[in-house]
Design a protein around this ligand. Structure first.
Ligand code: ADP
Length: 461
């Protein structure tokens, strides 16, 4: 969409088509002034201790927890996910502001080292102003995952949330601003024009979560001033089901991880490779789980799968399904007759192959595609046949064998008999074209800081 000066951005409920609210679009020509304000505020912010900064951020965390019910309803109205998940997202972020910030502070504590001649202290200083550009699928959790480390490190932050979810992002910023000094955290509303203007402005670091295509554009635009860039991009996550896997468990995981948040998750399972000897059993078990998932307005009782964020997203998903069907794939579960609304039923395809777009490009919808294999080597080859490399999963009864298969996958995060997320303190990392830099973990937190070393000579004896 094109946005011009003085326009407002209307936020539309994807389940009902009703307007949830509006925000004023930030005129692109105002962005340099916003950056200047951030730069001025950052100096004082950086002078505070970690404890002082964390105490100020914690105020906002408490506001989010206190308002979790109200903001959960807003999140669901604006983005569509089931209410329990919307409320859980707000509450989870609120509760983790302080512990997350403490973890970042620990990662950024100065380190000392010395050799025979030199004593060195390594500091992790703020860059200055961080632009955080985020998508709509986890409209509080995504801003949270970039804003909290950037602020803790002593940067000022300008958040440009997705134009699909401006209201909940505004609520997140308002909550944090109850405790923060003026100018340390600001928000810019709008679409691509505002994103581009922010990337091209005098910011020092760009932290982006979104599509691979936009990530490439940002990296290229940032090269001009050699701005620091951290990109968390999309995926086409594979799941491998070995012949000795617990079929019920594997099918349950496959269904939940393909259909959760209506498949609008960067680590959704999008490609399933099943040993041919167990394919039928697995497919039937997966269909049974899919049947239990009620589709509808996320605000309604019992709904597990909400709408697609927009008609455009629904059309993209159904076009991929249709093209695969025309190329010979079978739709073994899921009816999607043409209709109003943004809903897509959980859909399972079999008989797919890598010539089909649905096995190569991100779908971002509640669609699971099943392809069979006849050896572990073939499964690994198929799973790695993609430029993406975010998450992956391997299910197998023999953990040793499944772990060996997992080690051969070219993804950043691989789960064996579970999803891809690591133990707390692990990085959130994409391999290949799913990421550029990464966040979370000691090393991830350090990407929000400039490393500097100060060294002194040691007295010679
Ligand atoms: P998604 O469609 O999953 O939201 P996008 O990559 O299209 O992913 O968008 C993610 C974020 O990037 C949004 O906030 C969007 O407005 C912003 N954006 C889109 N194009 C650009 C660009 N060229 N430069 C900077 N930000 C952009």
């Amino acid at each position: 969409m094109t946005v011009t000066t003085f326009q407002t951005l209307a936020s539309i409920n994807p389940a009902t088509g009703e307007t949830v609210g509006e925000v004023p679009v930030t005129p692109a020509e105002d962005i340099p002034k916003i950056v200047a304000k951030a730069k001025a505020a950052q100096k004082e912010w950086a002078r505070l201790s970690f404890d002082e900064r964390i105490a100020m951020m914690a105020v906002g965390g408490k506001v989010l927890v206190d308002k979790a019910e109200e903001l959960g309803r807003l999140l669901t109205a604006e983005m569509g996910k089931p209410l329990a998940e919307g409320t859980g997202e707000v509450k989870g972020c609120g509760m983790s502001v302080e512990p997350d910030a403490r973890e970042v502070a620990e990662a950024l504590a100065p380190e000392k080292r010395e050799d025979k001649y030199t004593k060195t202290t390594q500091y992790f200083d703020p860059f200055g102003v961080c632009a955080a550009i985020t998508p709509w699928n986890f409209p509080i959790a995504m801003p949270h995952s970039l804003v909290i480390p950037a602020l803790t490190a002593g940067n000022a932050v300008i958040l440009k949330p997705s134009e699909e979810t401006p209201l909940i992002a505004q609520a997140f910023v308002d909550a944090l601003n109850e405790g923060l000094p003026e100018g340390v955290l600001q928000i810019v509303h709008g679409a691509d024009e505002q994103g581009k203007a922010l990337v091209n402005s005098d910011v020092d670091l760009i932290a982006f979560t979104g599509s691979r295509e936009t990530g490439k554009k940002i990296l290229s635009a940032a090269s001009d001033g050699l701005k620091r860039v951290v990109l968390e991009l999309g995926g086409k996550d594979p799941m491998i089901v070995l012949d000795d896997a617990d079929m019920e468990k594997a099918a349950r995981f496959a269904a939940m991880n393909s259909f959760r948040n209506a498949g609008q998750v960067c680590v959704s399972t999008e490609r399933i490779y099943v040993d041919q000897s167990v394919a039928e059993k697995f497919q039937n078990a997966m269909i049974e789980v899919a049947k239990t998932l009620k589709v509808g307005n996320g605000a309604d009782e019992g709904v597990r799968v909400g709408p697609m964020i927009s008609r455009r997203q629904k059309d993209h998903v159904l076009r991929q399904v249709d093209a695969a069907r025309k190329a010979g794939a079978q739709v073994v579960y899921g009816e999607n007759p043409d209709g109003e609304g943004n809903f897509v039923q959980p859909t399972i395809l079999s008989g797919v192959n890598h010539d089909m777009e649905i096995m190569r490009e991100e779908t971002f919808g509640p669609v699971a595609c099943i392809q069979t294999f006849s050896s572990d080597d073939e499964a690994v080859e198929l799973a790695n046949d993609t430029p993406f490399g975010l998450g992956a999963a391997v299910f197998g009864g023999d953990e040793e064998r499944a772990s060996q298969v997992a080690r051969r996958l070219e993804a950043g995060m691989i789960g064996v008999n579970k999803g891809c997320g690591g133990a707390s303190g692990s990085p959130w990392v994409g391999a290949k074209q799913s990421g550029y830099g990464y966040h979370s973990s000691t090393e991830g937190h350090r990407q929000f800081a400039q490393v500097r070393v100060v060294s002194l000579p040691k007295p010679r004896d």
